[in-house]
Ligand binder design. Structure first.
Ligand code: GDP
Length: 198
């Protein structure tokens, strides 16, 4: 899929205020600093559609971007940043869970995971939550350039082991990406395009 237009529509913290358009929607979420803004900018050919920031926990809203006038890309707040106060974290969780439980337009969530790290408890809990809530999701491994091509498979195998140990019968569909090398861009956009064509 070629991205011709990527337009910011609205930021808010209430699912009831999200756009009413009945367009298919794809949400991006992950721990703060996982590379979500960089990935969104890479996918949409924008230098600064999503704000890339060295300050984790900065994007704290549900951000809707309309792509090619026919689908929404949703940038969700990063989770699990220790320096955000507990109260703020609770608010994140409520509006994130509201989003996943109520947003009918949501087609698939992309859960971003830093390929360098062992499976983190919060990510495993989050994908379990998506499973229980029956939200379709894929895993997106980020920053693949940081480990080098030869180590990608072994990192994914190690991650898979932890996912299976966490109760999953198989490894969810996944993509390997690097925003600095535009790796994984075509695979993700083709995946979205294929669903949108159905
Ligand atoms: P966010 O908090 O999840 O939105 O993460 P950002 O996109 O702001 O990225 C966090 C940091 O990781 C920034 O310093 C980025 O430049 C860096 N980063 C993000 N993606 C990549 C990547 O694919 N490769 C490399 N080498 N660095 C990345």
């Amino acid at each position: 899929m070629k991205i011709n237009t990527a337009e910011f529509i609205i930021s808010n913290s209430e699912v009831s205020k999200c756009p009413k358009d009945p367009l298919p929607e794809y949400a991006f979420i992950g721990r703060s600093n996982v590379g979500k803004s960089s990935l969104i900018n890479m996918l949409t050919n924008h230098k600064n559609l999503a704000k890339t920031s060295s300050k984790p926990g900065k994007t704290q809203l549900i951000n809707h971007f309309k792509i090619n006038s026919n689908w929404f890309l949703v940038d969700l707040p990063g989770y699990g940043y220790a320096k955000v106060s507990k109260r703020t974290k609770e608010i994140f969780q409520k509006f994130i869970t509201d989003y996943f439980e109520k947003r009918e337009q949501l087609v698939c969530a992309f859960v971003l995971i830093d390929i360098r790290l062992e499976a983190q408890k919060i990510d495993l809990e989050f994908i379990n939550y998506l499973g229980v809530t029956e939200v379709p999701f894929c895993i997106v491994f980020t920053k693949a350039d940081k480990i080098g091509k030869t180590k990608i498979d072994s990192h994914i195998s190690a991650y898979k082991k932890q996912v299976l140990a966490n109760g999953w019968e198989e490894m969810p569909q996944h993509f390997v990406t690097s925003s600095t090398e535009a790796l994984g861009k075509e695979s993700i956009l083709t995946f979205i395009d294929d669903i949108n064509q159905q």
